[in-house]
Structure formats: C-alpha cells, structure tokens
Design a protein around this ligand. Structure first.
Ligand code: BGC
Length: 720
C-alpha cells in the first residue's frame, strides 16, 4: 500500500515540469473579490498553486475572517483537476484551532480536562464541521509548551507540561485525522509551531529563543514527537529563531531532527510569510536567498509570500539549488494529498451534521475544563433559591467567551453569563439581579444591596490574548480588583468567575473572593457551563494545566523545575526561605490543581516489588503501583489522579517532579476504587543533549495524588 503510494508519486513527478513542481510548493491566500477569484483560477489552471489558505490576513486569530465559501473552493478545485495539465488537486487549509462553528474550550483550558478521550471526540466533531465547509487541512494542534503567561498565544497551547502536552497533541491529531484521514469528515492536521516558539523571550511574540538541546528534547519536542507518532500529516515551522538560527532556514530542526530523528514523512509548511522574515532576521539579503535557504533546510511549502513561486525555478536553472531538493519537497506534498484521498474525492459535498450533539460535546469538555480554584466554607454550589447580584465587566460578554482564534464560531449563537444564569435558575425561586445598563458597574452597590450572594464576572477579553497580543502585566485589572473589594465590603459572600485566556495573577483580588471559578474562554458553552457549575448541576473536575502565579514578577515559575543550588530557590515554596524579598515564592495555585464539590482521599501507594535491575526494566518489566481513591464527600464527581516521578540522582539535574501518568475517574459519593499504574522504562528516563533516551539506575521517588505538590510518596530503586 505504502509502496503503491510512492509509485504513484514517482509517476506523477516524472510527468511534471519544473514550474509545475514548484507550483505544488506554493500556498496562496483565498481570493476576496471577483477579480481575485479569476486571477487565482488562472494560477491554478497553469499549475502554480499547491494549496490555498482560507485566511485573509497574517493574524487570522484576531482579525475577523470571511466565512468559508464552498462553491468558490469547489470551482477552484474543478479548475485544478479538470483544466490544469497535471490535474493535481489543491489542498484547502484553515486555522481550525479549537472549534469550527461549534467552539470548544481554548486548548489551554481543555488540556486541564485531563480527558484525552473527550478531547479527541470533540475534535472529531470539529473535523466534521470544518470538512463540511470545505476545509481539508487544519493548522492545529498548536503544542508549544510555554512557561510565560504574558505570551498571548499561550491560550492556543497545552500549558507547561510536556507529558500532558503530548497526550493532548495525540488526542487532537486523532480527533482530526481518525485512523485514516482520507475518510469523509476527517481532515489533515498540522502540528505547530515547530519549534520553540512558546519559549520566546519575555513572552514577546515572534521573539528570539535561547534553548539548550537538553530542554529541546525533554521539554519542547515531546508533543511534536507524539503528533508524529500519531501520524500527523503536516508540520508548520515556527517564526522564531533558536539560539540565533531561524527555524525557517534550519536544516538541523526541519530535516535532521524532524525527519531523521522523529521520522516525520508528511510535509512542512512555513508560517505566514515566514520566508520574508529571514531578511528581517538578518540571515539573508535577497528573496532568492530566503527561498534557497528554506528549501535547503527542508521547508516544503511556502505560505503566502511567493518566494518559492518567484525564485525556485531560476535557482534550479542556475544550478544553485539541485532539482532533487524540489522533487523531494513535491514528494512530501503529494504524499499528503494522496493520503488525504484528494485525487479520488477532490470536492466538498455539503451534508448534514448533528449540531446539537457537537454542542453537547462542547458542553461536556467545558464542564471538565473549568477549574474551581477556591471555595471557602463550601459557599459553592449556590442554592437555587439564592438572590444573586451579578456584576463585572464580562457579565454580558459573548465574543470574549469564545476566546481568541475563532474564525467560524458565531458570537450571536453564544449565551452571555447573565442569560445563562437566568436560564439555569428558570422555574426556581432564585433570581439574578443585574444592572444591565451599567457596563462599568459604577452603581454595583445598588445591585449588591438587593442580594444575598454576589457573583462577579471577571477576567479578560479575547482581544488581549492570541497572536501578537502579549501583555506585560498578567494581573487582574485594578478596576476589577476594586469591584471585588467593594463587593467584599458588603459582608456578603462573593464569588469570582474568571473568564480568561491565560492564568491571570489573582493575588490582589483573591482575599476579596470567597470562591473562584476559573471558567477560561471555554467556547460556545462557556456561559451555560459556568452557570451550571455555580448552581451545582455540574461538579467541577478541571485541573490547572499551567501554574497560576501570584504576580507577573513570578514569571517564570513552573512545577517541573530542577532544584536550586541552595535551599532558598523558592521552588514552589517548598523551602520555607524566601526566594524574593518582596513576594512569597509559592504560586497562587500549583500545576494539576483543582477543587471539587465532593472530597476525594487517596490511600498511600502500594507496590509489591519496589526494586528491580536495569536489565529487567529494559526488558519490559514495570513497577506496578496502586492507590485506592475514595469519594468521601456528598457529590458524585470525577478526580484526576496524577503520578509524578523524581529521579533522585542522575548524571544531569532532573526536575523535582515530572508528570508521567494520570487517570481521570468517576466515583459516586461514598464509593471507592483501585487505580493501577505501571511505571517502566518509558517513564523513568530522559533525553541526553544528543537526543539519546536513557534510564539511569538509582533511586526514584514516585508521587501519586491530586496535584503536583502531593506528598503521597514511595521510593523505588533501579539496581545497576
Ligand atoms: C500564525 C499561525 C497560523 C497562520 C495562518 C500565522 O500568523 O502564526 O499559527 O496558522 O498565521 O493563519
């Protein structure tokens, strides 16, 4: 089968002219008017276009984009298939980041669901909707592990942990592609941004990164490896440089590591007009140089800047670039087009899908993604008899709740929080009192006075996160803190519902809030889910996929750090000594943290055999560990039991904790269950600087509990 595919590629390639080959490596943006459509048809007709991106500006995540136009794409495809000499179909791609018409939670939130099966199901729905609108290829998943919440694009990624990121990366690729992405309703995925984009200095978008190979292999690369292992069709290279080497022109990253080391065999597309950036980045002078450098590095398709289109043929003809390199890139593109089944099914035939089912999935995922951060005196859930005062800048926001990077979700189909709370209380004695005229909440006290509990809809707009939307300060705004203070001064219980795209620094507001629900920007069902969680129709089970900091000055602070040289490194506040003189070292909320309305207890770790030889481990033996989880509270609910390791002595410093496994389980109130984990060779090692995976004998600690700071610990030993 694989051979047939390669034979077909050879056959096509043998009949193509150089101009047609280059055409396959060119991606252009979708036409916006009649004249543009005709121009594009001509280009497609003479074989100069391999792909069309269904976006119209470089920052599609923030600028309103046009709706998809299936008839236009089908007509372009007809020209490609019927009127171009080779008849090779184009492939249509779009930024389908966390939803299509139905918007799922931002990836930073859904990673915290710790529920990869549900994430996969949701992206299966997304693929179906996108495919129905003519999208054959999604520029997602974005798996940039990130330690800096100032970076606006942190919303698009899976947070700070490479293992969780890998699990989510696989789930999203599978959700888009299924087992075979030629199937109807499946689309090709594109893992991005390869590589190191999330490590940009200071959270400044597109900025430089300094990354050791050690961090690269252990922290940044794992989710890309997971995507490649899951069969991801394409990879998008990133804008940034790593240690002074722009990724766009780096053979080390695009060929040696991606293809040689990870075994990727799809195609690499550049990021938007990234070839042109090589001049700005100061490694090329001319457009032709940019094109030559990118192709030599292993970049197969040029997104929109037409440098390949304008220069590659001349570069080959002058002997500066061997034609074999062009052939190779074309092979990669054709491999994906053939695997997608575009030659058999080039057109989109619109059909029906069950929108209700997709919204239900969006609801389920949002329900498992929101995180209950604080719940003093069990103030939540609220009684349905409560008189609720609602205030705060996000109380009537629709668009913000969808989040950044939403091209096809409709604001008008999204409830705002005030509506949702009213709906959730429908038919009950409770009421919501809200001053809908006063967006600034200047007269909030009047509303507070009529209530017995205050709910504040806090957070941030989608416009302060996403691409090119970084912040220098991640604290909740002063205006919102002051609102929280005024609410608190009434003496009534105050609940903060925080709709956000990044882990906002809540230190100043936190003392004024009796309960805090981090509702994120959770997509189409955000408001309904937040209301149902507040009123106890849902029980929270989301966890933090990223550390919540107390202040911006904490950056970077993440759980899987190595130990400091002295005890006062302030790691997560495990050491009592201060790290900074002016702020406590502890994060606001650690990684993997989230409360429930019920209570779970976890037994000490049981393990029959706590030592084995390295040889036994290498041969496949595992440490079999188990805990008993009890739901001792009054609600049915889900808990994520997390397993972390610590390699106590190694040839290089290893993190104090590293997540290696987790299980999310449902338990009825009063129920208990045993949870088994196997820890073996694949969990206990790390990558050396040359990318070699090793497990070193010695002592390890295993931690199993409900967040990264659990002290439920057991020692195991690998003997040499
Ligand atoms: C972004 C990518 C996106 C591309 C196409 C770029 O500016 O970095 O993530 O896929 O535009 O819209």
């Amino acid at each position: 089968m694989q051979n047939d595919l390669e034979l077909k590629i050879d056959e096509l390639l043998s009949r193509m002219t150089l101009r047609e080959k280059v055409g396959q490596l060119v991606q252009v943006s979708a036409p916006i008017d009649g004249a543009g459509k005709e121009r594009l048809k001509n280009r497609v007709r003479n074989g100069s276009v391999g792909s069309v991106i269904l976006a119209f500006s470089s920052t599609a995540g923030n600028d309103a984009q046009r709706d998809t136009e299936v008839e236009v794409y089908n007509e372009l495809q007809r020209v490609a298939v019927e009127e171009s000499r080779m008849g090779i179909p184009v492939i249509f791609g779009r930024d389908v980041i966390h939803g299509h018409r139905t918007v799922m939670p931002i990836p930073l939130a859904s990673a915290g669901s710790f529920n990869p099966e549900l994430v996969e199901e949701c992206y299966t729905c997304v693929a179906k909707e996108a495919a129905n609108d003519g999208v054959q290829w999604a520029f997602s998943p974005m798996v940039d592990v990130c330690h800096d919440p100032r970076w606006g694009r942190i919303i698009e990624g899976p947070g700070e942990d490479p293992y969780l990121a890998s699990v989510m990366s696989r789930a999203i690729v599978k959700g888009f592609q299924g087992e075979d992405y030629s199937q109807k309703d499946r689309i090709a995925a594109c893992v991005k941004h390869y590589l190191g984009y999330g490590a940009s200095e200071g959270g400044r978008d597109y900025h430089r990164t300094e990354l050791s190979d050690y961090s690269l292999y252990n922290l940044i690369l794992p989710p890309f490896r997971a995507a490649v292992d899951a069969g991801v069709a394409t990879v998008m290279s990133s804008f940034n440089d790593i240690n002074g080497q722009p990724v766009t022109s780096s053979k080390k990253y695009l060929t040696d590591i991606l293809r040689g080391y990870l075994g990727f065999n799809g195609f690499v597309v550049s990021d938007w007009a990234a070839l042109a950036n090589l001049r700005r980045q100061g490694v090329a002078e001319t457009e032709a140089e940019c094109a030559a450098m990118a192709l030599r590095a292993g970049l197969d398709m040029d997104m929109v800047d037409d440098y390949y289109f304008n220069h590659l043929a001349a570069l080959v003809n002058s002997g500066e670039v061997p034609e074999a390199l062009v052939d190779n890139a074309v092979r990669n593109v054709l491999r994906v087009k053939l695997s997608k089944g575009l030659f058999e099914n080039p057109y989109t035939r619109k059909g029906e899908y069950d929108r209700g089912q997709h919204l239900r999935k969006a609801y389920e995922l949002a329900a498992e993604s929101m995180v209950l951060l604080k719940n003093d005196n069990h103030i939540l859930p609220l009684a349905k008899t409560a008189k609720i005062a609602l205030a705060g800048p996000l109380k009537q926001e629709r668009r913000a709740l969808l989040g950044s990077w939403v091209l096809d979700g409709k604001e008008e189909e999204t409830q705002h929080f005030y509506e949702a709370l009213q709906n959730a209380l429908g038919g009950c004695e409770g009421t919501v009192i809200c001053n809908t005229d006063d967006l600034a909440d200047d007269a909030a006290e009047k509303v507070f006075a009529q209530s017995d509990v205050i709910v504040l809809a806090l957070g941030e707009s989608h416009l302060v996160s996403g691409e090119r939307h970084s912040l220098a300060d991640i604290a909740l705004t002063e205006h919102q803190v002051s609102l929280a203070r005024r609410a608190h001064n009434t003496g009534k219980p105050v609940i903060g519902v925080v709709f956000c795209g990044r882990p906002l620094a809540l230190q100043i507001a936190e003392p004024y809030l009796d309960a805090i629900l981090c509702a994120w920007h959770c997509g189409s069902e955000t408001a309904a889910v937040a209301a149902d969680l507040l009123l106890g129709d849902l029980v929270p089970s989301g966890k933090t996929a990223i550390t919540f900091l107390k202040t911006t000055g904490h950056i970077p602070l993440y759980y899987n750090a190595t130990s400091g040289a002295l005890a006062n490194n302030g790691y997560y506040g495990q050491h009592p000594e201060d790290c900074y003189l002016d702020i406590p070292a502890q994060p606001m909320y650690p990684f993997g943290y989230g409360l429930s309305y019920t209570r779970f207890t976890c037994s000490p770790i049981h393990c029959e055999k706590t030592d084995m030889t390295w040889q036994e481990l290498k041969a496949g033996a595992c440490f079999r560990l188990s805990v008993t989880l009890c739901n001792t509270g009054a609600y049915d609910g889900k808990e994520t039991v997390q397993l972390y390791i610590r390699d106590k002595v190694a040839s290089v410093m290893r993190p104090i904790r590293e997540l290696k496994a987790f299980q999310k389980v449902f338990l009825s109130a009063g129920d208990h269950c045993r949870i088994d984990f196997s820890v073996g060779y694949d969990q206990l090692g790390f990558y050396r600087e040359n990318g070699e995976y090793v497990v070193e004998p010695g002592a390890f600690e295993i931690y199993i509990g409900d967040n990264c700071l659990t002290d439920n610990c057991l020692s195991i030993q690998i003997n040499p």
